[in-house]
Design a protein around this ligand. Structure first.
Ligand SMILES: [Mn+2]
Length: 307
């Protein structure tokens, strides 16, 4: 079972490479089972129609789904090594592809960003955009450095990451030590309510301005599904009120993909075991992934889709 029945092998034509990280050992909530999400989200796509909202025929998109990274959940160092090797194997097969990771908990983002940027020449034009209800800026969680609650902190410690190239958007459940750290470091985050105060166009322009002011051209986008409102995406560990609607996130992504090179993205923290029986959250995740792929695919066309 692959995502939208796409092929499994990278060839000369391939532009997008989907893979799963079935790993949720570093979550802080034992009831959350995001390790099964990559497979669930693939399954869902067999019931979805084959055009995007902007009329792109999905089978014509140059996507492959190369399966899951092999993970030993409790062996953190081994799993991190597997992820790193998996990504370098992708780039050894084809350099100019857009990797797309389906998690797993949010910590899965860390080894992916690290591996990507290690293989990347122009680090000065690179930024990370995180959609999340949380800052994930704890220094440690449960006395561990590696946790989905510390992911943004670990990213921030990477040598090429600083307050000018990482932005967290959609936050609304921030703990005091996280806020203290963000203030101390002067890190920027846009709380979810600002979308309604500013209106979506200005809010999106503020995201664009943040990166443009830093002369960033290539962005990695990490989507924690809990950035969406739990009324529309209940299948996740932390159901925090006041999140974005599907359409709001869709519009933001559409405009971002027009303005930047999205060099890779991920979607994490879907927990099918906490979802409704109609799999609303996995459906939404599958739709978001294919719509964002089509926005990136459309970037160099003259469509007026991003106006
Ligand atoms: Mn998160």
């Amino acid at each position: 079972m692959t995502f939208y029945d796409f092929g499994e092998t990278i060839d000369n034509d391939t532009r997008f490479v989907i893979f799963g990280i079935p790993w949720d050992y570093l979550t802080s909530l034992k009831a959350a089972n995001s390790a099964i999400a990559p497979q669930k989200i693939r399954e869902i796509t067999s019931n979805l129609a084959l055009t995007t909202e902007m009329g792109v025929e999905i089978p014509k998109l140059k996507v492959v789904d190369i399966g899951n990274v092999s993970i030993e959940p409790t062996n953190v160092n081994k799993s991190l090594e597997e992820i790193k090797n998996f990504i370098s194997l992708i780039f050894r097969q084809k350099k100019d592809v857009v990797p797309i990771m389906i998690g797993g908990d949010h910590f899965c983002t860390f080894p992916v960003v690290k591996a990507l940027v290690d293989s990347f020449e122009n680090k000065n034009e690179f930024g990370v955009l995180i959609f999340d209800a949380h800052l994930d800026l704890y220094k440690e969680w449960d006395k561990r450095l590696y946790s989905h609650a510390t992911i943004s902190h670990r990213l921030y410690e990477l040598t090429f990451i600083n307050k000018y190239n990482i932005l967290i958007v959609g936050t609304r459940d921030i703990d005091i030590p996280e806020l203290d750290f963000a203030k101390k470091e002067d890190m920027v985050h846009f709380n979810a309510y600002l979308l309604h105060d500013f209106g979506i166009d200005k809010f999106t322009d503020n995201i664009i301005d943040f990166f443009e002011n830093s002369h960033i051209k290539q962005i990695y986008i990490s989507i924690d599904i809990d950035v969406l409102d739990p009324s529309i995406a209940p299948g996740t560990g932390y159901a925090i009120p006041g999140g974005f609607s599907y359409r709001e996130l869709w519009k933001i992504l559409r405009k971002l993909a027009k303005n930047f090179d999205v060099i890779a993205f991920d979607l994490v923290e879907v927990c099918p075991n906490l979802d409704l029986l109609n799999n609303v959250t996995s459906n939404l995740a599958a739709k978001l992934i294919i719509e964002l792929i089509s926005f990136i695919h459309n970037k160099h066309k003259n469509d007026d889709y991003a106006k």
